[in-house]
Design a protein around this ligand. Structure first.
Ligand SMILES: Cc1cc2nc3c(=O)[nH]c(=O)nc-3n(C[C@H](O)[C@H](O)[C@H](O)COP(=O)(O)OP(=O)(O)OC[C@H]3O[C@@H](n4cnc5c(N)ncnc54)[C@H](O)[C@@H]3O)c2cc1C
Length: 258
């Protein structure tokens, strides 16, 4: 059970950041992951009064506020139009609609969960994150960082149309994925992210001139897979080969208008 001594709903990011520096404090997203923890926290920091629930665009980027729900992204028409329905496809199997109406983009990214469909999809889009004190950095770099004591305020996605394909293998519907693969093609480069190995997403980039078989072989040969209660390392490697090829074939077909 999560036991909270003090609840704080700051009205400025500075106040939230200051509170987050205190020992045993915790920043709240939708609290869906956090609530599973068995610990006592001194201060729980609720970000709901900070105006971080938005999806906006300018000339170069989509800006997604940290408090935006996964359901908003999944059903966002313009964002899906630009990304080949990536948000719809990647998020639809995460537990259920009520759950996705509560889970936040910020909590999903900040957690950097190895199984994350959200992070795998965003990595393939070359997304970056904005942390209140640290500033902006690529999601790829953020995923490589250790523990960070900051507030994630925003996720940015370059506003370049992409062809995408997303596949996640689950043992049963709505379970955590055994493997997830996202391929995105932008300006003759194909970015492929393989996550839930069960380690977090690794990013590979290829020229669009390479064959799907080559990409699949190279990633399956290079990526580190491990086993857990859901699947063995060997099964994950096999899935990787199949799903990468399938994803690249799909974006190639989309590009050719087949
Ligand atoms: C049963 C279950 C099944 C799930 N299945 C999947 C799945 O199949 N695929 C998938 O991709 N995801 C899955 N998830 C993860 C889920 O989608 C969310 O990513 C997760 O619940 C975190 O989102 P949240 O908003 O609830 O964050 P919280 O649980 O509130 O927070 C998560 C972490 O992020 C920190 N945090 C939150 N917001 C911020 C912020 N703005 N700045 C700094 N730190 C912050 C918190 O302190 C905490 O450490 C699952 C989660 C659960 C509980």
């Amino acid at each position: 059970m999560l036991t909270i001594d003090k609840y704080l709903r700051p009205s400025t990011l500075e106040e939230a950041y200051e509170a987050a520096q205190k020992k045993n404090s915790v920043v709240l997203g939708g609290m869906l992951w956090l609530r599973l923890a068995n610990k006592r926290v001194s201060t729980a920091i609720d970000l709901s009064a900070l105006g971080l629930e938005y999806v906006t665009e300018d000339e170069d980027f989509w800006h997604i506020g940290a408090y935006t729900t996964l359901r908003t992204l999944e059903t966002h028409e313009a964002l899906n139009n630009m990304t080949g329905n990536l948000f719809r496809d990647a998020l639809k199997a995460i537990v259920g609609v009520q759950f996705r109406n509560l889970a936040t983009a910020g909590g999903s990214v900040f957690g950097r969960f190895g199984f994350s469909d959200v992070v795998t999809a965003l990595l393939a889009l070359d997304a970056s994150v904005v942390l209140y004190k640290t500033g902006a950095l690529s999601l790829e770099d953020f995923c490589r960082m250790g523990k960070v004591n900051d507030i994630l305020t925003e996720i940015r996605i370059p506003k370049t149309p992409v062809h995408t394909a997303y596949f996640a293998q689950r043992n049963t519907a709505t379970d955590f994925p055994v493997l997830n693969v996202c391929a995105a093609e932008k300006k003759e480069t194909i970015t492929i992210v393989v996550g839930a190995r069960p380690l977090g997403g690794t990013v590979y980039r290829f020229s669009a001139a390479e064959t799907a078989e080559n990409m699949a072989e190279r990633i399956a040969g290079d990526a580190v897979f491990t086993g857990n209660t859901r699947a063995s390392a060997e099964y994950r490697r096999h899935l990787c080969r199949v799903l990468v090829k399938r994803a690249v074939d799909e974006i190639m077909a989309e590009r050719e208008g087949i």
